[in-house]
Design a protein around this ligand. Structure first.
Ligand code: GAL
Length: 454
């Protein structure tokens, strides 16, 4: 009954060509990393440092590398016609640059063809965090040379797959891989401090813009990038706390959006960003701009902020959701349904005339689940999608939201959380590799059927 109401509400608003899809990423699912000539990525190294919560690794993960034909049949079963995954840079260029690995490229050929044969439209993310270790040995994103390595890699991807692939997402969530990987050290490559973060941030921005411009110049039809955002609120309305919240907001939500729009870094709000000047060359102001065909939006939570003299750079503290007595996800983030729509409101006003079409390129949630019976009872996930879709609906037309991808098609390796945070519509038994639809998968399938029924 409730699904009936939701689907008819969606139908009155959403056009038939609205993109409904699901996503995964290469490193989190493919496994098979030691075969067919693949190189190593920074994540493989990071895992060895015992930095993963459950001490697991992505060596096997979902074995998507070998099981993609049946996994794509799960997409058909769900009734979702768009599939987002990423290309593994070390798989196709084991040393990051130079020689191309034909077997790696052949795998992405097979994967692409299988999608097309099954009536599924591919969306490829070029960079979803698995940097070749060979490039990290040269400094990774901290070394400015990475920009040209990245463009060479993009050229290989597009040259090889561009005849069949229209939809390209240049980067996935730069603030997360720059912040967690090059400032906090909690993601690969485990680097810390401003001296790593600021140059990494600047080089990622350059690579992102030049990547978008390059693919557009090559004639790719639909080129975007996917940024993550968090809704930021001050703990109260005192000016001190409000200003602290603005600094956090600028750092999380603007550092990878503003430069691309031609607005440079938000240094007035967050003065510590001025130190970026050290890494900037005179032509960068121009090189860092791009007009993507779309922006991918990924919002998982909100953060509540308080002023703190003790915190370096930001003088701001993010208050833990648990201590605020709010419901939390497996990642300890606040379960907060309006976060996405709050960000959409902000994006529209912030981007102004530079606003481009939006896709919700990831949308998902994870809470502890019991897998003793199937289908896994993940009512919380259906509740999440239901609530988020309701908050999203009023934005779809006015803000030109053109699609949404469920995260994730199946449970997978959740980075530093290992296998402790299941995000899938399908449960994966990581011993047998068997997949089973969860209750939410039936919900997604029914919604897709209702929406297609006309
Ligand atoms: C995103 C990331 C995904 C996945 C998801 C769930 O930040 O792009 O790879 O990990 O979060 O936490």
């Amino acid at each position: 009954m409730i699904l009936e109401n939701l689907s008819s509400n969606i139908k009155t608003i959403v056009s038939p060509d609205f993109v409904w899809g699901a996503g995964i990423s290469a490193y989190q699912t493919e496994g098979a990393r030691d075969i067919d000539g693949s190189g190593k990525s920074i994540w493989e190294n990071f895992e060895q440092g015992r930095r993963i919560k459950d001490r697991s690794s992505a060596a096997q993960a979902c074995n998507f590398y070998n099981s993609f034909p049946s996994d794509l049949s799960m997409m058909n079963w769900l009734g979702l016609d768009h599939f987002k995954t990423s290309i593994s840079w070390p798989r196709i260029m084991p040393d990051g640059g130079g020689a191309v690995n034909p077997k790696g490229l052949a795998y992405y050929d097979r994967l692409t063809d299988e999608m097309l044969n099954k009536g599924i439209t591919p969306w490829y993310v070029a960079y979803h965090w698995d940097l070749p270790q060979a490039l990290q040995d040269k400094g990774g994103w901290v070394n400015r040379d990475i920009v040209s390595y990245f463009l060479n890699y993009l050229e290989v991807c597009h040259k090889h797959l561009g005849d069949r692939v229209d939809n390209w997402i240049v980067m996935n969530e730069p603030i997360v891989f720059a912040g967690a990987g090059y400032f906090l050290g909690i993601h690969a490559p485990g680097k810390v401090g401003l001296k790593n973060f600021l140059p990494a941030m600047h080089h990622i921005n350059l690579a992102n813009a030049e990547g978008i411009n390059f693919l557009q110049a090559e004639g790719a039809k639909n080129v975007g990038t996917a940024l993550s955002f968090a809704s930021i609120q001050s703990v109260d309305d005192s000016p001190k706390n409000e200003e602290a919240a603005q600094r956090v907001h600028a750092t999380i939500n603007q550092t990878f959006l503003d430069p691309m729009l031609g607005n440079w870094y938000p240094t007035t709000i967050a003065p510590f960003l001025r130190k970026i000047d050290k890494y900037v060359r005179s032509s960068d102001m121009t090189r860092i701009r791009a007009t993507p065909d779309f922006l991918g939006v990924q919002v998982y939570t909100r953060e509540v902020v308080k002023h703190s003299y003790l915190m370096p750079y930001l003088q701001a503290k993010i208050l833990s959701a648990k201590k605020r007595n709010m419901p939390v996800t497996s990642l300890g983030q606040e379960l907060y349904y309006p976060a996405l729509s709050e960000i959409l409101d902000w994006l529209v006003s912030h981007m102004g005339s530079k606003k481009v079409p939006l896709y919700i390129t990831e949308c998902g949630v994870s809470m502890p689940e019991s897998d003793t019976i199937h289908p896994v009872e993940d009512g919380y996930r259906m509740q999440y999608y239901h609530a988020v879709f309701e908050t999203l609906l009023p934005h779809i037309q006015s803000e030109d939201v053109r699609g949404l991808f469920y995260w994730s098609l199946m449970d997978n390796f959740e980075w530093a959380e290992g296998y402790t945070a299941p995000f899938g519509l399908f449960h994966v038994d990581f011993n047998t590799l068997e997949r089973n639809p969860k209750q939410s998968a039936y919900w997604v399938k029914e919604l897709a059927e209702r929406l297609k029924r006309g």
